[in-house]
Design a protein around this ligand. Structure first.
Ligand SMILES: C[S@@+](CC[C@H](N)C(=O)[O-])C[C@H]1O[C@@H](n2cnc3c(N)ncnc32)[C@H](O)[C@@H]1O
Length: 270
């Protein structure tokens, strides 16, 4: 019977049943059923690329996806997380669950500041639950591209609209799940965005990332019901596997971007 089966039915166990500390070290979407379903989509479905990989876990939170990557066969994980209490939880939890010393490292700090300084060898980047906590996309993707990863695993909220649109919102840095304060935070408010799928694809492509697989959340929703995965099922959240092919925007063999380059001929009010 699937995870999230109706009350009364036995629920299938998953990664977070085996690692219940994570249910206590976070107040951010820490329901066991949804976390187990995300584990299948984010980690199980990517075992082949995680196996033996050096992984960068962006916004590593309490280490939930760092440990999951190690247990899926990753050789090493570096987590970056701004909130020191979450990093402390991550270190304690990975040690408690017997993750091999030397196979992980957590860096406390703002993702942008850490990546600008870091010298990392990375095969796979996990970007789970972060992209909608920033509006600094060109900076972010150019920092990722510099690492020349093989794969980028992306799980993010999106604006479910057609076209290439970014919906602008404000995050409140006093909330654990929201953007941590960065150089552009005003008081406790940080401007963030939800890109539409079209906008996200174009940004990824511009920096050399091709979407090679989109996780089928609709099928999951049909099995477990919409309550657990409603945002995914409604297309308000996506889980994509991207490959970095190193083809930068505008190079001769890049046909995808040609259609997307703005043609401002005839526009006279610029
Ligand atoms: C919604 S949670 C996602 C947690 C986890 N990655 C997941 O997908 O389940 C967002 C995380 O991003 C972290 N965060 C937000 N802005 C950050 C920044 N600029 N630098 C580093 N971490 C940040 C938050 O502290 C929080 O742990």
């Amino acid at each position: 019977m699937p995870d999230g089966a109706p009350a009364g039915g036995a629920r299938e166990q998953g990664f977070f049943d085996d690692h219940p500390r994570f249910l206590e070290t976070s107040s951010t979407s820490a329901g066991v059923r949804r976390l187990n379903l995300r584990h299948r989509a984010l980690v199980e479905a990517n075992r082949d690329v995680l196996d033996g990989a050096r992984v960068l876990d962006i916004a590593s939170h309490d280490g939930r996806w760092s440990l999951a990557a190690l247990e899926a066969g990753a050789a090493h994980v570096t987590g970056i997380e701004a909130r020191p209490e979450l990093v402390a939880h991550a270190e304690q939890t990975l040690a408690t669950y017997g993750a091999r010393q030397g196979s992980y490292r957590f860096v406390t700090g703002d993702v942008f500041a850490v990546l600008a300084d870091a010298d990392l060898d990375v095969d796979v980047i996990q970007c789970f639950g972060f992209l909608y906590h920033t509006l600094r996309y060109p900076e972010f993707f150019s920092l990722l591209r510099r690492l020349e990863p093989r794969h980028l695993l992306m799980d993010t909220r999106v604006a479910n609209v057609s076209g290439r649109i970014i919906q602008v919102l404000v995050n409140e840095s006093t909330r654990q799940a929201h953007a941590a304060a960065d150089d552009y935070t005003e008081g406790t408010k940080t401007l963030v965005g939800w890109p539409s799928p079209g906008a996200l694809r174009l940004m990824l492509r511009t920096y050399g990332f091709r979407v090679e697989d989109t996780y089928d959340w609709e099928a999951v929703g049909r099995t477990v019901g919409t309550k657990l995965v409603g945002r995914y099922q409604r297309g308000e959240r996506v889980t994509w596997r991207c490959r970095w092919d190193g083809v930068t925007a505008g190079s001769a063999d890049d046909d995808v971007l040609d259609d997307d380059v703005l043609d401002d001929e005839g526009v006279d009010d610029a």
